[in-house]
Design a protein around this ligand. Structure first.
Ligand SMILES: [Zn+2]
Length: 128
């Protein structure tokens, strides 16, 4: 891996953990305010199939709202693992070191700039 000193790693880890805590707070807040009491009521009274359908619809809507945050949480989790495993900062596609400035902005990224733009191109092409 790229040479990274202990201080830098500790700092990174702290940043990732901090981001993780923040995201969790947001997700929890979102679930609470989104589902709220009506959800609890619905759950308690959902006996027939129609009610059940309402509950799962409500769940789906909420989970799609928090999905991007959930994705980021997973990415952070993985970044922490790579930090522990000593492979942090390597591009998962080409294996080259990820630009330090890129890591500054997005500590959880797994791709170097080239591979990222490559992937975005493919994603865009796929949408057409
Ligand atoms: Zn790459």
């Amino acid at each position: 891996m790229t040479v990274m000193d202990v201080d830098k790693m500790a700092e990174l880890k702290e940043r990732l953990l901090e981001r993780k805590r923040k995201l969790w707070r947001e997700v929890k807040g979102q679930i609470k305010s989104g589902l709220g009491e009506s959800y609890q009521d619905l759950l308690a009274t959902a006996r027939d199939e129609e009610d059940q359908a309402q509950v799962s619809l409500l769940e789906e809507t909420q989970f799609s709202l928090i999905e991007p945050k959930r994705q980021e949480l997973i990415a952070i989790e993985e970044a922490l693992e790579r930090l522990e495993g000593g492979t942090y900062g390597e591009c998962e596609v080409c294996g080259k070191p990820i630009e330090p400035r890129r890591l500054e902005i997005m500590p959880q990224t797994t791709l170097c700039r080239d591979c990222q733009s490559q992937r975005e191109k493919i994603a865009k092409a796929g949408l057409r």
